[in-house]
Design a protein around this ligand. Structure first.
Ligand code: MTE
Length: 302
């Protein structure tokens, strides 16, 4: 990768009076006029829409079907998951395949804080201060071989610790995938915590993926295996319902979900009267990632 993504936020920006997600994004939005203009009547200010959600919101409104399908099930059930010891098997087209222990990974990676917008396909959104490291750094540690084109991810599957997996809601274990260039992009994070703390279990402890320009379901949690491959890997939601959930899963307000519009979203925590806000192309990261999809019909590759 030619550049590393640089965070222009410090921890002081996050707590307690966090203001901005990404100044460049806001400035771009203001320049375009549309974002600030359409936010103004609905939120007190554009800043309010970009303020990090509270720790309580982030840890109590979760999708982690291994612990149940209701939003509050993971907060109630995820304590059952044993997260130490933990290791990730990295295999496939890498120079150094093997079991990488969580401690060893953490010792070799540079942990930093990144505040990212998070958009769910169900049209809710949050702003989350993650701590983590670039996935590219982990993949480079294992040494990606030249023929590799995709990265496949797998969540732990432990029927005794994950009550939701006793039901065939999804084809367990939960799996996800990225194209190699998406995986190597400096925005793509292996997150190991939020708000400067270790990752809460309901949010995917000890380590999960965050791809800020894609819908939340790409954010595979509690990862135990990463495989480099030359074939597009299967993904859980695509297997469950391919018509509604494609491999790419880019946030795209111009392509409707078959059952609802993707054009707007509601920020969690805004209270009962929170108005909908316009959803931005690539979740606001268009400047950084649009070039990855140049020449692709995003209605076909959704
Ligand atoms: N990972 C696993 N293993 N199991 C899941 O059910 N749900 C996905 C994703 N990762 C899911 C998962 C979905 S649909 C979303 S929206 C995000 O996790 C939610 O992440 P959060 O709970 O931290 O907000």
């Amino acid at each position: 990768m030619a550049y590393r993504w640089t965070n222009d936020l410090t921890h002081d920006d996050v707590t307690p009076k966090a203001a901005f997600l990404n100044r460049r994004q806001i400035i771009a939005g203001l320049a375009a006029g549309s974002v600030a203009g359409s936010l103004a009547p609905q939120f007190a200010s554009a800043q309010e829409a970009l303020e990090p959600n509270s720790f309580e919101d982030i840890t109590n409104y979760c999708n982690f079907y291994e612990f149940g399908t209701r939003k509050d099930d993971p907060a109630r059930n995820a304590h059952m998951l044993t997260t130490s010891p933990w290791s990730i098997q990295i295999d496939g087209m890498v120079d150094t395949p093997g079991e990488y222990t969580f401690e060893d990974i953490m010792a070799k990676m540079t942990i930093e804080e990144r505040i990212y917008r998070f958009r769910c396909v169900e049209a809710w959104s949050m702003v989350v201060p993650w701590n983590g490291f670039e996935l590219a750094d982990l993949l480079n540690l294992a040494g990606v071989q030249s023929g590799a084109k995709y990265v496949a991810f797998e969540t732990a599957l432990r029927k005794d610790e994950m009550p939701g997996t006793r039901f065939p809601v999804l084809d367990w274990p939960y799996v996800e995938g990225l194209r190699l260039d998406e995986a190597m992009h400096p925005l793509t994070l292996m997150a190991t915590g939020i708000y400067g703390q270790d990752m809460p279990k309901q949010n995917g402890a000890p380590i999960r993926l965050v791809v800020p320009w894609k819908y939340g379901f790409k954010s595979i949690k509690s990862i135990v295996r990463i495989t480099l491959t030359d074939d597009e890997p299967p993904t859980s939601w695509n297997k469950a319902n391919g018509r509604e959930y494609g491999f790419y899963s880019n946030v795209n307000p111009n392509v409707d979900h078959p059952r609802w519009s993707q054009a707007t979203e509601r920020k969690i925590g805004g209270g009962l009267f929170a108005k909908r806000i316009p959803t931005l192309m690539f979740n606001g990261y268009e400047e950084e990632v649009a070039s990855l999809y140049e020449g692709m019909d995003l209605a076909e590759f959704y």
